[in-house]
Write a new protein. Sequence first.
Length: 285
Amino acid sequence: MSGRIALALLALSLVAARPASAGTGMFVGAADDGARSLDPLTAKAKMDLAALAGLGLVRMTVTWSPGEQTVGGDDKVVLQNASAAAQLDGIRLMLSIAPRDWRTTPLSSRARGEFAQYAASIARSFPAITDFVIGNEPNLNRFWMPQFGAGGIDLAARTYELLLAKTYDALKSVSPDVNVIGGALSPRGQDKAGAARQTHSPTAFIADLGAAYRNDGRRRPIMDMFAIHPYLIPSVLPPSFAHPRTTTIGIADYPKLVRLLTLAFAGTAQRGMSSKETMFASTSS
């Protein structure tokens, strides 16, 4: 497949209530925008390559810009072509919807509402697409700002929780079968408010996300699955390489991730993860 490709390891089971359309089990797919084309034949050709490679899922990206409340224009044509091609090839199409960059982080109530309605408009227009990842690595300053507030508080987790909750409600209003995937975290971060590059580790971000959810007083979940990008640096490290004494989370750190999620959401309407439940995880391109 053309473009930057990353294999995706998708162990799909649920963090919260189980949507009827979200099956469990292992999916191997690709994070690739090759099928993003205004030409339906090109989109089909790219999706055909994924099917020939034996992939069961393709994750594509959709970028939101402030003011957008309804998908339209080229994006709508691209999604129509990709969705039709995926259905013909029997491929599960997943969308990752995120702000364009850190400059467009939806921090106000109005901006969060626009983002949520934009996501809902996609689910409404393309009912065959039921998997939505909300945001991309909000624990990194490249994609989400600000990361820290006065006294070093985690503003990123607080504002991301508000966006995730708003978008969850908007997507579920379209259909309860929509699968809302939260997190999509980078596997590492500094947790240093005074650093030149402000980032949070997934360990800190998960705890702070749980705290923000509790402080919200919310009675509904904010996601159906949790996502993390467990890519290793350097890439020559095997998937079995673990980080038992650091705040980094890779594939081999799954038990640590389960503990973090369980602790963060225990006793709330948002279920954490038990040892018998699996995680959505993908590598980064």
